[in-house]
Write a protein that binds this ligand. Structure first.
Ligand SMILES: [Zn+2]
Length: 76
């Protein structure tokens, strides 16, 4: 895969995805991602992006200020 920012080559790595949803910080660990060797930009393939969206939606039901989950735990 090629980095969409700088056209550099990317490595398959597990990274941490963080987002903010209505005051709740959601941290999803060990997400399969592409990390650019040159600029460090992180991108996800379509399937992973969809799953991240689903995980985020499922978490916002709970009322927590910070939610930390592992991607693999939710991936089943
Ligand atoms: Zn790059």
């Amino acid at each position: 895969m090629i980095c969409f920012m700088c056209k550099g080559s990317t490595l398959n790595e597990l990274s941490t995805f963080t987002t903010d949803m209505e005051g709740c910080v959601i941290v999803i660990k060990k997400v399969p991602s592409f990390v650019c060797e040159q600029c460090g930009e992180i991108s996800y393939n379509g399937e992973v992006a969809r799953r991240l969206e689903q995980i985020v939606k499922s978490i916002t039901i709970a009322t927590a200020e910070v939610a930390v989950v592992s991607y693999s735990e939710k991936a089943a």
